[in-house]
Write a new protein. Structure first.
Length: 167
């Protein structure tokens, strides 16, 4: 419900953070938000609201808390077996700046041999609920007020059909 309120009531990142800060938080989550002037990830848990600022001009997010307060209570072995390594890899790849076009950005998200898996392929030998998978690849352009969505992993981007939404 909080995500719906943020999307329908807030025009800027600051408005969204104000709304989130006023809401009761009973479970943990993270929202990555951007507007024409700023991008931020907001980590929420019963212990508080924590802003994670841009690093090297971009917000990077994997499946773990980055702020030390909620991270201390996270079940790392269950929810984050390789999330830290994936975040490090993304930050290394972005160290010289963001790629200039969509194909190069999507390629940045493809894991090589020996890399932590940036996309997750479902292991069909596992039971339902344990088959983690990357379901979508998303590109945002806050200046153009658009979001492009691919139903699939970055490895499927070259041949996949992108859907574009405009605000």
């Amino acid at each position: 419900m909080l995500s719906s309120a943020v999307l329908s009531e807030c025009a800027t990142v600051r408005e969204a953070i104000d709304l989130i800060s006023s809401a009761p938080i009973a479970s943990s989550s993270a929202f990555t938000m951007l507007d024409g002037t700023e991008a931020v990830s907001v980590e929420m848990s019963p212990t508080g609201i924590f802003e994670i600022a841009e690093v090297d001009g971009a917000v990077q997010r994997t499946n773990h808390f980055q702020n030390s307060t909620p991270l201390a209570e996270q079940k790392t072995e269950v929810y984050e077996p390789d999330s830290t390594e994936r975040l490090i890899l993304i930050r290394e790849r972005l160290g010289s700046g963001a790629p200039g076009d969509l194909p190069a950005m999507v390629e940045l998200l493809v894991s090589g041999a020996g890399d932590p898996p940036l996309s997750c392929v479902a292991d069909m030998s596992k039971q339902y609920g344990e088959r983690w998978a990357t379901l979508a690849t998303i590109e945002t352009d806050p200046d153009a007020r658009t979001i492009r969505i691919l139903d699939g992993m970055p490895t499927e981007a070259a041949n996949g059909e992108w859907r574009e939404l405009q605000a």
